[in-house]
Design a protein around this ligand. Structure first.
Ligand code: PLP
Length: 246
């Protein structure tokens, strides 16, 4: 693994190695407690606000899945990475987990392998058109709002899920993979993830291939594993608290 001159910083690498091992241990323990195999759970490391050099370090530690939540930051970071270390860039599976605007769909389709945050019909056609234009197929998760009192944090109202799922299925360049959600702030994550698992079963009845469930972050990954999560999105527990942007 190569790092730009001046960014080797072995202490940072050691920090990431230690915290990554801790998180993997938490996942293993949660899987054992739930009677699940760790192979069923993919760790997606959320690298938002952290530089491309950390992605190089993480790749050196065996991380393949990384996630970003803002288009502009993701685009420039991944371009930096492709310049500095094209091999690392090519080995990554890139997830987009942030709120998506229709006018950003085309840009996101340029680098994201998986989009977790499709939450309204209006996004589907632009995302599919961009994927078609770039000759790619994008894995799509439908983001569900688990907190009806908190509209605006992203996520489709559960009642509209079947319609949105059907809409994605009409697009050959999008592959409907499953659901994603964020647990409501300040409430019991287990209860929320239980509702999510139920919604997932309903969607799967119509779309048997939609087997992925993206749930669980640094603070609630154990509850998510207990309720069937297949993709954990972990940021701070591995990278540390997010520095101010800049
Ligand atoms: C930032 C972010 C995460 C990671 O959260 P942590 O608490 O830092 O682990 C997960 N999912 C989404 C959608 C995020 O924006």
């Amino acid at each position: 693994m190569s790092l730009p001159a001046g960014e080797a910083d072995p202490e940072r690498t050691a920090d990431l190695r230690r915290r990554l091992a801790e998180v993997r241990e938490r996942i293993d323990r949660a899987c054992r407690a739930a009677g699940r195999s760790s192979d069923e759970v993919t760790l997606v490391v959320v690298t938002k606000h952290f530089p491309a050099s950390d992605i190089v370090r993480l790749a050196g530690l065996g991380v393949q899945h990384v996630a970003e939540n803002r288009d502009q930051e993701a685009r420039s970071k991944l371009a930096d990475l492709a310049d500095v270390d094209p091999t690392v860039r090519q080995g990554l599976i890139v997830h987009f987990v942030g709120q998506l605007q229709t006018n950003k769909a085309s840009s996101v389709a340029g680098y994201a392998d998986v989009v977790h945050s499709v939450d309204r019909s209006r996004l589907v056609d632009p995302l599919a058109a961009a994927a078609t234009k770039r000759g790619r197929r994008i894995d799509v998760l439908l983001q569900v709002n688990l907190d009806p009192e908190q509209a605006g944090r992203g996520g489709v109202n559960p009642e509209l899920l079947p319609e949105l799922a059907d809409r994605v299925r009409t697009q050959p360049t999008l592959r409907l993979r499953g659901l994603m959600a964020v647990a409501p702030l300040g409430r019991d994550a287990g209860e929320a993830f239980e509702r999510l698992a139920h919604l997932h079963a309903v969607v799967r009845a119509d779309h048997p291939d939609a087997t992925w469930l993206s749930a669980g972050m640094s603070g609630d990954l154990e509850a998510a594993v207990a309720h069937g999560s297949t993709h954990l999105r972990v940021g701070t527990a591995i990278l540390g608290s997010r520095p101010p942007l800049g």
